[in-house]
Design a binder for this molecule. Sequence first.
Ligand code: ATP
Ligand code: LTN
Length: 329
Amino acid sequence: MNKKKIIFSGIQPSGELHIGHYIGAIEQWIKLQNENNCIFSIVDYHAITVNHDPELLKKRSLEICKLYIAMGIDPEKSIIFKQSDISAHTELSWIFNCKGCYMSDLKKMTQFKDKAGDKQELVSVGLFNYPVLMAADILLYDTDIVPVGEDQKQHVELTRDIAKRFNHQFGQTFKVPEVMVKKEGARVMSLSDPYKKMSKSEANKNSYIALLDAPDVARKKIKKAVSDSGSGIYYLPDEKPAISNLLSIYAFLGNREIKRLEKDYKDVGYGDFKNDLADIVIKFLEKFQDKYSQISDSQAEEILEKGKEKAKAIAEKKLEEVKRVIGVK
Ligand code: ATP
Ligand code: LTN
């Protein structure tokens, strides 16, 4: 009999969740929870590595919890919790800052380089060592698999290195997790710039379709999405990055083969194609928005409270073990 695997993943409450989060991450979480022990976190301490509004952070953490549930994460099957509720995460992160991770590792992280840009000396230290906290999140739970979008692969690889180095120095303590990145949909691109990842931190809201966008808003955003020069609806990511991205979204949310879509839209203009895509996207959004509106804040708070108790028991046990092996206990 196959032993159940431990799955861990998280999303930071730093903006509105969008279809990229569903396609790249949440869709696989929903599938995984039936056969495995899943833990899904709302990683609010990661969200304070950049400027943030305290009221909004609180509101977004609850919003994400409600979205997880509305989209199909079942709190009876999976643990849903808020990272800041369990101090073992920040404690273990400090230990990894000292044992297992080097400055040279963090300097290589492409997300840091992208986010800091030419202001590397001025951003918070937290933004720099953010992957160390992520490693603590994952390793506290003896995680087997980390399902994430493509952009997070490098962070999970660093997590593996940290686990191996720590085990080498102090004896077998951490399981070395595997990353799980989808073959298709692991990197949904921005609607306003198909060379950039669709991102919730992007100021231009037309660049993404939020999971809570009203139907008319979603339709307008799709209409405004940049197209490629020339005509023709083909999947050619290098030559036609914008249309290829829209085709991928269509195929994924509409459950259609890209090849089939290319045939169906052979003699169709961009305008009509976008209209049909909007229908598909709206149908997808409506499926869970209704459920979302029926979940109250207090229900979400209760779920997070229960999740906290379950996750805390696991995390604290692991932290105790780590404290013993490094000699502080
Ligand atoms: P940012 O606000 O900088 O865009 P983010 O959205 O990438 O941050 P998270 O919110 O923590 O960061 O991402 C949660 C999960 O969603 C991660 O697994 C990430 O890889 C995935 N994800 C985010 N954006 C996309 C995207 N455009 N395509 C596919 N997966 C994505
Ligand atoms: N850094 C991740 C969010 C994150 C995460 C995690 C993902 C924090 N801790 C642990 C998987 C496992 C991001 O998507 N920006």
